[in-house]
Design a protein around this ligand. Structure first.
Ligand code: HEC
Length: 385
């Protein structure tokens, strides 16, 4: 009962923001189970049951559990379809992410139905990436109360801090996610060589979501004192600490694509070794400015096209992984928005490279016909034919 009341309060507090974030122009009249909050809660319920079960293959496929798991996956798929419906006509990125959740949810359900448990578990993890991407786009002062007890209970409690942080972000428990990532960064047993991912997640949540440029400072100071850092990483971390206050000020004032581009150019110059490490902070700050710009400027002109192009470029550099990435979406959108702008000509080159990179490690050397035709269509737009 107490939980129910907490739910109620959280939903009431978040209801307005949720619609604002979805970016729908008209004032929606949420009714019954069509309400976005209800949809989000139902999606969360589906994930809450199915995801922990999917971690252990024998639990996931056990005949005794199949009924409950299947209905959780069904719940997830039905509500993902509603989420997709909600996002139609809203912000294009939300639409893109909602469509991928819907597609993956259907695949998870049908794979499970046909006994392809490994595939279903893989696709479920992929869905979690989409939750993370959607929840980390924009500032939020509205975490989730409903999800508060989700992670530390049962199977989740046994997760190492990094996957735990992913789940916390997926369920909008941003403060707890930062705590988990702080654990990773200070863990003497985790080698700094694998810290770029956690550092990226940490900065994305602190800066893009919570707008908190101060919390990372003591954390990075402690991190820089680690004995096992190589000199260039220590230097970069010290540079980030020094740059945070001025970047905070600039980000607060920035409202144009030009201001984002200036920060990207500075970041580029800091990338001494071409591994993206030195530019990380600047890129994340720039991505935050661009997301806000895109959100606030529905007018499809050359400037918006460039915003999408730059956002796409940044995502190829700071994105979490290749399986689920919005980079191709941003690049394609930039071409469709302003096909004759210089940014479109650049975008098509990067897009082609990204599409090929997605096949890296497979024996495919050329893009499948379908994808080649897709690129041809975009090229024709650029050439104005
Ligand atoms: C298309 C974008 C999008 C995707 C994809 C998405 N969400 Fe959300 N989610 C939102 C928005 C918008 C809110 C409301 C945020 C607010 O009110 O500030 C939200 C809120 C939530 C909440 C908080 C509910 C509450 O009131 O406390 C939870 C939990 C949640 N999402 C879980 C998930 C999970 C799990 C997934 C992946 C299966 C997911 N979301 C995928 C956009 C998305």
């Amino acid at each position: 009962m107490r939980d129910r009341m907490r739910w109620g309060a959280a939903l009431a507090a978040c209801a307005i923001t949720a619609w604002a974030i979805l970016g729908c122009g008209e004032d929606p009249e949420p009714t019954g189970d069509d309400h976005t909050q209800t949809v989000m809660r139902e999606i969360f319920e589906g994930i809450r049951v199915a995801l922990p079960a999917s971690i252990d293959g024998s639990v996931f496929s056990a005949p005794n559990n199949q009924g409950e798991i299947f209905s959780a996956l069904d719940r997830l798929a039905r509500n993902a379809a509603l989420l997709e419906k909600h996002s139609q006509g809203c912000n294009a990125e939300m639409g893109f992410l909602a469509r991928s959740v819907e597609r993956d949810a259907i695949e998870a359900k049908t794979s499970y139905q046909h006994g392809h448990y490994k595939r279903a578990a893989f696709v479920l993890r992929q869905i979690v990436e989409s939750c993370v991407i959607c929840h980390t786009r924009l500032p939020s002062d509205c975490g989730s109360v409903v999800a508060a007890d989700f992670v530390d209970k049962g199977v989740m409690a046994s997760l190492p801090p990094q996957p735990r942080a992913t789940l916390l972000i997926a369920t909008r428990q941003f403060d707890e996610a930062l705590q988990a990532l702080e654990e990773v960064l200070t863990d003497p047993l985790t080698h700094p060589a694998i810290m770029l991912g956690p550092l990226t997640d940490y900065l994305v949540v602190a800066i893009r979501v919570l707008g908190d440029y101060e919390r990372p400072v003591p954390v990075f100071k402690a991190f820089a004192r680690r004995k096992d850092l190589w000199p260039s990483l220590r230097e970069d971390v010290n540079d980030w600490i020094a740059a945070l206050p001025s970047l905070q000020e600039r980000a607060a004032r920035a409202s144009t694509v030009t201001s984002a581009r200036a920060i990207i150019d500075e970041g580029e110059a800091l990338d001494e070794y071409g591994d993206g490490q030195g530019s990380l902070l600047h890129f994340i700050v720039a991505s935050s400015i661009l997301e806000r710009y895109i959100e606030a400027h529905p007018m499809r002109n050359a400037e918006l096209g460039e915003a999408y192009y730059l956002r796409g470029i940044l995502e190829t550099r700071i994105g979490r992984n290749y399986w689920v990435t919005t980079a191709p979406f941003f690049l394609e959108e930039s071409i469709r928005i302003a096909p004759t702008a210089p940014s479109a000509a650049e975008a098509i080159i990067v897009l082609e490279r990204e599409m090929l990179a997605a096949y890296e490690g497979s024996d495919i050397e050329e893009l499948p016909d379908e994808e080649e035709a897709h690129l041809d269509e975009l090229r024709a737009l650029i050439e104005g034919s």
